[in-house]
Write a protein of this length. Structure first.
Lengths: 303, 139
């Protein structure tokens, strides 16, 4: 039985295989419409989410399966003090596969310890969010036709942004990928990520606070939100939240085939005028999230 | 300064100077009923200075804890006043039960029954990370 806790649980071959399945689902949805008939996905969301939970649910419905679960901790036995391990073990009696989100880092690892069904980490605090990374990889692959030979700019909250950490780890395994890390000093990529992923793998990397300076060299611009919920101190959040706001003017020097991604939700870091730019692919990215989650469910259920 | 020989017991030797008290605490030696001597800054040919712990009883030792504090420590078992066994310690691959994850966002902060466990991720820098949240263990 396989779980997905960290994007690095999947080999490059498995990633490529899942991306290929997702593309086939997009081209031939009818082939997959009954793959999970009679099966159930439990979505256990101890922390609120719109996109991730609904995309998991839509994915399972489109595979012919059904969905049960909760969307906040207060409506589960966690409110009575039940442990994550017990909750997962209990839900495993009702469902064939579980997608869980939890505000505490490492909660899905604890969940897998006694689970009888596959567990998917749908986000654990500021730590990992592997299905967002799968979504990002499918989007990059569809937009660029490749996952190698790319200069990827990551902009905004690179410290607490779990999607950024997972994307760097995943992309570090493809050839000739350069990272440009754009953030305020206080929100730089954590040292461990630099030491254990970027430096150890000898990856090309540039750190800057100036988005406009590096804009012309980027193939991908991955924008992120400064997340209020990751700060213990409200004043720090207020000081940093407007560090980068992407506007049409700032895109004037960008490549014509740049792809702008964002894991969403956004607050104001991408102005709405950018939405009409053909280079803005973040709503396509949302749709890709459903397709890659379908591919993931099929893989973990051996369908 | 003279500390007498022990008849049956354990000598933890070649402890990096200054680390003896940390090891004393981690091993919970304060809970022992037998005599325990902690010698700080003893002369060492190899290191210049070292700490030594002598325990006047043969007890179960947590070798992982010793290796975590300092993998250069040697564990000498004394029987009938003579060296019976000398063990050199390696850096343990995993450690559990004697250090806690300090990340306030870690699942271990709200679920008390989960064992605090760390894995060695970089032997060169002696880096351990929490198996749940991957936070670095500060030493």
């Amino acid at each position: 039985m396989r779980h997905l806790i960290d994007i690095m649980d999947l080999s490059v071959e498995e990633l490529d295989e899942m991306i290929a399945v997702a593309k086939d689902i997009i081209d031939n949805p009818e082939k997959y419409a009954h793959k999970c008939d009679g099966m159930k996905l439990a979505t256990l969301f101890f922390e609120p989410s719109t996109r991730t939970r609904l995309s998991f649910e839509a994915a399972m419905y489109e595979l012919g399966g059904n969905v049960l679960g909760f969307s906040e901790a207060q409506s589960s036995s966690a409110a009575k003090g039940e442990s994550v391990s017990d909750t997962i073990r209990t839900v495993g009696c009702y469902a064939d596969i579980i997608a869980m989100r939890h505000p505490k880092e490492g909660a899905p690892v604890v969940g897998t310890r006694r689970s009888t069904v596959p567990v998917i980490n749908a986000g654990d605090g500021g730590h990992n969010h592997p299905t967002q990374t799968l979504t990002d990889l499918l989007t990059i692959s569809r937009e660029k036709g490749r996952l190698n030979n790319l200069t990827i700019g990551l902009c905004g909250d690179l410290k607490f942004g779990r999607t950024v950490h997972s994307l760097i780890s995943a992309m570090s395994r493809y050839d000739n990928v350069k990272f440009v890390l754009i953030s305020p000093e206080e929100l730089k990529v954590p040292e461990y990520l630099k030491e254990e992923v970027i430096i150890r793998n000898g990856l090309e990397c540039e750190e800057t606070t100036d988005l406009e300076k590096v804009m012309p060299e980027l193939d991908i611009l991955y924008m992120t939100r400064v997340q209020r919920e990751r700060f213990f101190n409200e004043q720090d959040y207020l000081r940093l939240k407007d560090s980068y706001i992407l506007t049409p003017e700032k895109l004037e020097t960008a490549k014509e085939d740049l792809s702008i991604l964002h894991p969403l939700p956004r607050v104001n870091e991408i102005s709405v005028e950018v939405d009409d730019d053909p280079r803005a692919v973040y709503f396509k990215q949302v749709l890709n999230g459903k397709f890659i989650r379908m591919a993931l469910i099929l893989k973990l259920l051996n369908k | 300064m003279i500390i007498g020989k022990i008849q049956d017991g354990i000598v933890l030797d070649h402890i990096k100077a200054g680390q003896g008290m940390k090891l004393y605490d981690i091993l919970g030696l304060d809970k022992l009923e037998c005599q325990v001597a902690l010698i700080k800054n003893a002369e060492s040919v190899k290191y210049g200075k070292k700490d030594i712990i002598k325990i006047d009883s043969i007890i179960e030792m947590n070798l992982d804890a010793i290796g975590f504090v300092d993998p250069n420590i040697t564990v000498n078992i004394i029987r009938d006043g003579k060296l019976s066994k000398r063990t050199h310690i390696d850096l343990p691959e995993t450690i559990e039960g004697f250090v806690k994850c300090k990340n306030p966002r870690c699942i271990t902060t709200i679920e008390q029954e989960i064992p605090h466990r760390f894995k060695l991720t970089d032997p060169e820098t002696k880096t351990y990370r929490c198996v749940y949240c991957e936070s670095k263990l500060e030493q």
